[in-house]
Design a protein around this ligand. Structure first.
Ligand SMILES: Nc1nc2c(ncn2[C@@H]2O[C@H](COP(=O)(O)OP(=O)(O)OP(=O)(O)O)[C@@H](O)[C@H]2O)c(=O)[nH]1
Ligand SMILES: [Mg+2]
Length: 270
């Protein structure tokens, strides 16, 4: 089982190299996505890369948002999975570049994912030291997401996550994400697709830093129903006898492919 870490970074010159230093020994591969940073983030990563041959840097010329950074890196994971370079049971880990995620918990998160046969473990950040408005916002978004996911989610905005490769590759067909919405969309999509998701494992948060705004929470609230409906619409299309043979053929081929991307409960899961 391989582990591939994805680290989106936007203007994180102060912390990114230290995060990569700590993360590198814990994983098999590491991909940093520099999201068009305007500070020295890219230079920091480029300076760090020599001697770390299991790591790679993807760079955007201009800032495209956290969701685009994730989508690009995870799309590459899906491509490698489809090419047979990664196994469906390999793990993808996502970690912020700002030092907000306590990496001493990473081994335990991976162990739980494997031992419990989970498709995704979204670590629940201990936000008790965060301001009340931030905790309340997180609670509202998580409660709203739970409603649409049909599964209790306790910190749906968490970017500290472990995914089984086959599950995340499948989920990419159902969302794209905008600004910060990738985290909430992928959680809802995975639950609606019937994957085994946990979001209750509490991890400490070593540093307080928050750049998200009220408008980001509003975007998240708006896209959650869209993510749930996207899964439902795709299911309908796939079962509809009136669907023209050529429409959506590529996606159908992926969903109909045997075991790896089929969710549990549909007959092809682990
Ligand atoms: N803010 C921001 N972060 C980005 C962007 N693109 C990539 N990132 C990275 O995405 C990760 C998450 O961003 P944060 O701003 O920490 O967001 P968060 O941790 O979900 O939210 P908070 O709990 O408010 O900190 C960090 O590693 C960022 O560097 C972007 O366009 N804006
Ligand atoms: Mg963060």
């Amino acid at each position: 089982m391989r582990t591939v870490a994805v680290v989106p970074a936007y203007n994180e010159e102060a912390t990114v190299a230290a995060v990569l230093d700590r993360l590198y020994p814990l994983v098999d591969e590491l991909v940093v996505v520099d999201d068009g940073s305007t500070d020295r983030t890219r230079a920091e990563v480029q300076g760090w890369l020599p001697g770390h041959d299991r790591a790679a840097l993807l760079s955007f010329v201009r800032n495209r948002g956290m969701s685009a950074a994730y989508y690009t890196a995870l799309g590459e994971v899906r491509r490698r999975f489809q090419a047979g370079e990664l196994d469906g049971d390999d793990l993808v880990l996502t970690v912020d570049a700002d030092g907000q995620h306590d990496l001493t918990a990473l081994g335990e998160l991976c162990r739980l994912t494997v031992d419990e046969g989970l498709d995704a473990l979204l670590a629940r950040r201990d936000l008790s030291d965060y301001p009340p408005y931030k905790q309340f916002g997180n609670w509202v978004v998580s409660a709203w997401a739970s409603l649409w996911a049909g599964h209790r989610l306790l910190d749906v905005e968490s970017g500290y996550r472990v995914f089984r490769v086959a599950a995340i590759a499948d989920a990419l067909d159902y969302y794209r994400g905008w600004r910060y919405s990738e985290t909430v969309e992928v959680a809802v999509v995975l639950c609606r697709r019937g994957y085994r998701v946990r979001n209750d494992v509490l991890v400490p948060v070593p540093v307080f830093r928050s750049r998200t705004r009220l408008s980001d929470a509003l975007v998240d609230l708006a896209v959650i129903p869209r993510a749930a409906w996207g899964v439902r619409r795709a299911r309908r299309r796939r079962t509809s006898p009136r669907r023209p043979a050529s429409r959506g053929a590529g996606r159908d081929a992926l969903a109909a492919s045997p075991a790896p991307s089929a969710p549990p409960g549909s007959g092809g899961g682990r």
